[in-house]
Design a protein around this ligand. Structure first.
Ligand code: UDP
Ligand code: MG
Length: 311
């Protein structure tokens, strides 16, 4: 009998928790058939609504439901980490509570593990139901990331993923503070099978990711899994040095051949503005990495538990 842990990060999801539970227990025959003992580990990421009460009610009904509650909102990354740390299963799956990660895929995913894969990941091939501007930026992000990072990252990859214990332990061994799980999954390696499915709309409630939150998350991803922006800023620096050198020669030659009537003030201002702009931009990139290093060095805990746990 192996334990099968389902990790469910929740943030203000009182409406979707009961719907999710009804849906996930439809897999009970599958669990029985494969002799798996499921545990449903809800991570409450500092919700301010009735999420905790909902999960506790489920715990009363079904002791397989567990709850870990955070002292405040630490973000989905922290919730997933807490889930992985506290999962007791030989097999572990991470799943959204809004049913955008269909629980009905579990049997197919498990079949792949039986074939010998270490992890089964999912990606959605469509982004229907998502604002176009968001899809555009998401596509752009993955295209850039594929170029600048050595880690494999799939467009449309979800966090919905079933893993064996050895992969979970590998992920837990990466204790970094700035977590970007999509990159971490790729970084640890292991044999991964990709399942594709059509995007599903949320069962209820609304998305917890604002455009700004996603934008910051993408910067997180870039700095966490690539140092290419640093190289990029050095390249700009060198290019401008060469350009300046050519200009110097040009001006000297012009002075010697034609004399120098005082002119060119506007173009000078443009050049100064442009170059100082680039300088600030590059300092900004540097600052991003420094800020990340600063947070890493502080080694703060990734999440803090509240007392309201049912385990
Ligand atoms: N979530 C979380 N903490 C957060 C934001 C989201 O635990 O700070 C959870 C949320 O409850 C859901 C999952 O992460 O189970 C995905 O969030 P959401 O559905 O809002 O994102 P989307 O599917 O729109 O990308
Ligand atoms: Mg969702």
């Amino acid at each position: 009998m192996h334990t099968f842990t389902v990790i469910v990060p929740c943030y203000n999801e009182e409406e979707t928790v009961p719907i999710f539970y009804e849906e996930i227990i439809k897999n009970d025959p599958f669990f029985r058939e494969k002799e798996l003992e499921p545990e449903f580990l809800f991570i409450d990421d500092g919700s301010r609504d009735g999420t905790v009460a909902q999960v506790r009610a489920l715990h009363e009904r079904d002791p397989r439901v567990h709850l870990i509650s955070f002292s405040r909102n630490f973000g989905k990354e922290a919730a997933m980490y807490a889930g992985l740390q506290n999962a007791r299963g030989e097999y572990v799956v991470i799943m959204d509570v809004d049913l955008q990660d269909p629980p009905s895929l579990l049997p197919d995913m498990f079949a792949a593990l039986e074939e010998g894969y270490d992890s089964v990941a999912t990606r959605r091939v469509t982004r229907k139901g998502e604002p176009p501007i968001r899809s555009l930026f998401a596509r752009l992000f993955y295209r850039i990331m594929r170029k600048i990072s050595q880690t494999e990252m799939m467009d449309g990859a979800r966090d919905y993923r079933l893993m064996t214990r050895q992969m979970v332990d590998a992920i837990l061994s990466m204790g970094e503070y700035n977590r970007f799980t999509k990159g971490i999954f790729g970084w640890v390696g292991f044999k991964t099978k990709w399942l594709e499915y059509e995007n599903v709309d949320r069962s209820a409630g609304s998305t917890k990711w604002s455009f700004w939150k996603l934008f910051k998350y993408s910067i997180e991803g870039m700095t966490a899994f690539s140092t290419a922006p640093l190289v990029f800023s050095s390249v700009i620096g060198v290019t401008f040095c060469i350009l300046a050198f050519v200009m110097v020669i040009f001006i000297i030659v012009r002075k010697l051949l034609f004399g120098d009537p005082v002119s060119g003030w506007p173009s000078m201002v443009c050049i100064i503005l442009f170059i100082s702009g680039i300088q600030f931009f590059c300092t900004g990139i540097l600052g991003q990495y420094m800020a990340k290093t600063y947070m890493e060095v502080k080694a703060r805990p990734i999440y803090l538990k509240d007392e309201k746990n049912c385990f």
